[in-house]
Design a protein around this ligand. Sequence first.
Ligand code: HEM
Length: 415
Amino acid sequence: MSVDGDRPVIDWATDFDLFDPAYLADPAAIWQDLRGRCPVARTERRGTTWLPVDYADVRAVAQDTERFSSRDVGVVTAGRGPGGTPPKLLTAPPITSDPPMHTWARRLLLTRFGPHAIDAMTPVTRGIADDLLDAFEHDGRTDAALSYARHIPVRVIATMLGIPLEDEARFTDWAVRILQNGFEHLPEAAEAIREVLAYFGEQLAARAALPADERPDDIVSFLVAAEHDGAPLTPHHQLGSCFLLLLAGIDTTWSAIGSALWHLATHPDDQARLRREPALIPSAVEEVLRFYSPVTMARHVIEDTELRGCPMHAGDKVLLAFPAGNRDPAVFDDPDEFRIDRLQNRHFAFGSGIHRCLGSNLARMELRVAVEAFLERIPTFAVDPDVDPAWSGGQVRGPRHVAVRWGDPAAAGRR
Ligand code: HEM
């Protein structure tokens, strides 16, 4: 069901709906149709919102911070549209910041996600993957989205932040309520946001209470000690960054790992080739990111302007459909074909311009390790056709179920 009720989409060019079942199931067919006749679609559902689908247009908007602000990056905002009262927007630096603040708020965090930090997390990630595989490798079947993909990113980022792994179920619940279900259930998402902020309020206060030399070396302690222009970050800034760092990497990476395993389970030739040629895994990861790009962002139009002749007004929303741009035939040969060894693959699944994903090295490492470990420990697997993958969509797209079987199917069925 869509946020706007059950009203079906009649014309995707003038009344699109990201939550329509057709868009969730196969958005590529819709982008292709739009590209042929109206490459910047529009809707009045939930306030005026534009949807460019060509790579060049998406990139132009992402790179133009003068006309398109990041103050509101959610694909849906409560209270937009005629008569609505928008609530105060959450600030989560750097993703919701425009220059000049964005520049220093991002620079501050760079070292925590640089190559050194990612190298340190690689064996930790492999350990997490192995622990998860231990639990089901002899079962002959699993739901790889639920038992594997969704645990890896949350455990990795919780370790980096320095927050208790025992709270994993709460972190996952927040990601689901805010990013997966949140845009269709805005009051519930608002409640979950309050819970996240209260949680980090306690975590930050506990760190601040420790003498500096007794604080653990993690991102929460780092934010407590961080300064800008000789002054500590405001509590508001610290909280917003904690919120962002916890949530930006969970659902996104979990969706990408799930998509990778879904693809291999449904494409036996690609799975066999990766087993024969594991050196192709990094290129397969890039193709997963292009073909199954999980993330769509939004920008807020600052002043009246136009894009490809479409008049946009201050306060309109423009969606950055990176997944659509990644299927643009002007940029990619046979864009709707998944090529595990694609050589030219300048996809922008991680965004474009100043807000390009700060966690891209981390996400790539997690994807590579997750796929490597699964292929090493689980023999040839295939999808269970009776289980609906239930693709989620909106801001982050991914399969919520990846039911797979391996070994003797009769034996697996008896367990
Ligand atoms: C496959 C996984 C991931 C995908 C596809 C992805 C995608 C993106 C995209 C498209 C943006 C640009 C946002 C914009 O233009 O408004 C972004 C920004 C960001 N991502 Fe990721 N992301 C992933 C994983 C991660 C992880 C693991 C982290 C770790 C915490 C992370 C942290 C961030 C942060 C902090 C930003 C904001 C950067 C800025 O505003 O300067 N992401 N991501």
